[in-house]
Ligand binder design. Structure first.
Ligand code: CTP
Length: 409
């Protein structure tokens, strides 16, 4: 995906060992379609060369405010006016202090001060030793920087170049890439709390075996990511899937439909939106054997009786919070044929305002999908696209329909 297509990012490097990660970050920005202009402080040049950054960005690097390449000799103005964002990665403790003071005696701090604050967000990825990070001066400066309108992206924790272990590592390039992409998404769910179910459930036959299905969880994980990008606080209740947790999303892992129901019932108390994408097993073995069921030599297969699982979506949709309009429920329907009719009927049956239909065999495990949105007013198709694209569109559709936005559906 080209999530940064058309974006122009000014990537600023300051002095820190984490400069080695900035090379990969630059590459990731370019891969996502951005143009990248690198600006380095003198200290940054001690850790990585402008040659590397020029090669990766495809543009000459700026290191001096006296750069004669600019006809008007004002790189601090020229470089910031066309930028969609300034990303400082790594941003040292010293540079944070400089930003707080509004210092401007070298190009990078000068251009941060000169940036048009209304249109060029400043994203800061701190990187430093754990004691420097924990120092009250640093924490005070970070709070002030945020109050001055910068976005502080946080730090990682772990083994540090100095040999110590703790907080203060620069976030990894893929985490930073994610945060920068999120910065450009509309904040349509700001302040909302979203609960998402995803993946299959696993219904035990015995301690070794069970019944599950082919759901990969990709759509639900994409929705969780998109909702977080849109400013929501997101909790993802996931069946057994091997997908990484989207950044910033709280994840609760469950196995069976009954586990999923218990988790969702508890978590829905604090949610405004519930999106049920999980492919919940309709039936479970009526009793799970505590020991492995062995072949008894008779050649007869064991007979397994089934019990119907609770319907998680219908249960929450019939709950008090949904009925009083405090919980907006969205269901998914995986059908094999006659999608619109089945989706309409399922929306009615489950008693929910919005149902999202898709053709199961064309969706399971795929990276893209096509969706049919069905609500009280009719249908709308979201044509085939990558699941993250569709998830972002769906999140906007949900946001439009929330009661606070004045929708009647
Ligand atoms: N769902 C759920 N709990 C279940 C079954 C389904 O929460 N026990 C949710 C799914 O997450 C999805 C929606 O209900 O959002 C539709 O699920 P689906 O299995 O397609 O529909 P069913 O009601 O089971 O109908 P059918 O099997 O007849 O298609």
């Amino acid at each position: 995906m080209n999530d940064l297509a058309g974006k122009h990012i000014l990537l600023g490097l300051t002095g820190g060992v984490a400069c080695y990660k900035a090379a990969e970050l630059c590459r990731a920005f370019v891969k996502e379609g951005a143009t990248v202009q690198v600006v380095m402080t003198e200290a940054a040049c001690q850790f990585i060369t402008p040659v590397t950054m020029q090669a990766l960005s495809g543009r000459p690097v700026y290191v001096s405010q006296w750069d004669a390449r600019e006809p008007n000799n004002m790189p601090h103005i020229n470089l910031t006016r066309g930028a969609d964002a300034i990303v400082l990665a790594p941003c040292s403790a010293d540079f944070i202090a400089r930003l707080v003071q509004g210092r401007s005696d070298e190009l990078l701090s000068l251009l941060c001060l000169a940036r048009p604050m209304g249109s060029v967000p400043l994203l800061v990825a701190p990187a430093m030793n754990r004691e420097m990070w924990a120092h009250p001066a640093t924490q005070r400066n970070l709070a002030q920087l945020a109050a001055d309108g910068a976005t502080v992206l946080g730090v990682g924790s772990g083994f540090q170049a100095c040999g110590e272990t703790g907080d203060g590592r620069m976030l990894e390039p893929d985490q930073l890439l994610h945060d920068v992409i999120a910065q450009f998404q509309p904040r349509s769910l700001g302040g909302q709390r979203v609960l998402v179910t995803a993946g299959p459930t696993f219904e035990a036959i015995d301690p070794i075996r069970g019944i599950t299905n082919h759901s990969s969880g990709k759509m639900g994980f994409a929705i969780a990511r998109a909702a977080h990008e849109a400013g929501a606080e997101v909790t993802l209740v996931a069946g057994p899937v091997s997908l990484p947790t989207p950044r910033g999303v709280k994840r609760v892992d469950v196995q069976s439909a009954r586990d999923m129901l218990a988790a969702c019932t508890r978590l829905a108390e604090g949610a405004d939106v519930f999106v049920a994408t999980a492919a919940v097993a309709d039936w479970r073995p009526a009793t799970a054997s505590e020991q492995k069921i062995k072949k008894d030599g008779s050649g007869q297969a064991p007979v397994i009786a089934f019990a119907e699982n609770p319907d998680i979506l219908a249960t929450l949709a019939q709950g008090e919070r949904a009925k009083s309009g405090d919980l907006f429920c969205v269901g998914f329907a995986a059908e094999s044929h006659d999608l619109a009719n089945h989706a309409r009927a399922k929306r009615e049956r489950k008693g929910i305002p919005l149902l999202v239909g898709n053709i199961g065999p064309l969706a399971f495990g795929q990276d893209d999908n096509a969706l049919l949105l069905v609500d009280a007013h009719g249908e709308r198709e979201l044509p085939r696209a990558p699941k993250l694209d569709l998830a972002r569109q769906l999140v906007r559709e949900i946001a439009h329909r929330l009661p606070r936005n004045g929708s009647t559906s």
